[in-house]
Design a protein around this ligand. Structure first.
Ligand SMILES: C[S@@+](CC[C@H](N)C(=O)[O-])C[C@H]1O[C@@H](n2cnc3c(N)ncnc32)[C@H](O)[C@@H]1O
Length: 187
């Protein structure tokens, strides 16, 4: 696992040389460690991720929950080549058996998913983040968490922050971790 994480981190640092379609656009290592610790503290066993890319964040999540028997990650990605690359990375990290990759547009692949999830991570097309949040909220257990990346570096996430701050039935906080994380607990 350490080897594949190191390779992906190096690739992430050199992304300016990569074509936009091939970019990982991954969370930072600090963000990965943060969610890994959070998932361990929660005793989480079920994770839903929207935006798999090459599987970097997924491996951090898998490492955080794998000690809990029956732990599972469902992850959504529309790009088929990224699904193949992520599948290979997850295999190399030894966590492919606990990850279910659903390829397609998240608007479709979210349909029919059954909760409850302990933790949801929203990290795909920013313009649909509010829609993903509303679709996921009923799938999250009480006191479970919906988190979103890029809340400090991307203007497109501003409406999302305003939405969750106004939303009834949740408690939310913006954290200066990585590119900015919005953590929202379902009350
Ligand atoms: C920021 S990257 C995810 C990075 C990943 N979470 C990590 O940190 O390693 C966003 C990913 O979401 C995918 N994506 C964008 N819009 C999508 C959609 N509507 N449905 C499914 N996946 C989508 C992109 O192809 C891209 O791989």
């Amino acid at each position: 696992m350490i080897q594949v994480m190191g390779r992906l981190e190096k690739q992430s640092r050199n992304e300016r040389c990569t074509s936009p379609a091939e970019r990982m656009m991954a969370i930072t290592p600090e963000t990965g460690r943060f969610y890994n610790i959070l998932l361990r503290a929660m005793g989480a066993s079920s994770v839903l991720e929207i935006g798999l890319s090459h599987g970097y964040s997924t491996i951090w999540f898998a490492d955080g929950i794998q000690d809990v028997p029956g732990s599972r990650i469902t992850t959504l990605e529309r790009d088929s080549s990224k699904c193949s690359i992520a599948g290979a990375n997850l295999r190399e990290a030894g966590v492919d058996g606990m990850v279910n990759i659903r390829q397609g547009d998240a608007a479709d692949t979210l349909d029919g998913l059954e909760g409850p999830f302990d933790f949801v991570f929203i990290d795909a097309d920013k313009e649909n983040a509010i829609g993903y949040f509303e679709a996921c909220l009923p799938l999250v257990r009480r006191n479970g968490i919906i988190a979103a990346d890029n809340t400090l570096d991307m203007r497109e996430m501003r409406p999302y922050i305003e939405h969750v701050r106004r939303r009834e039935g949740v408690r939310t906080v913006t954290l200066h971790v990585g590119w900015g994380q919005e953590l929202t607990a379902r009350l």
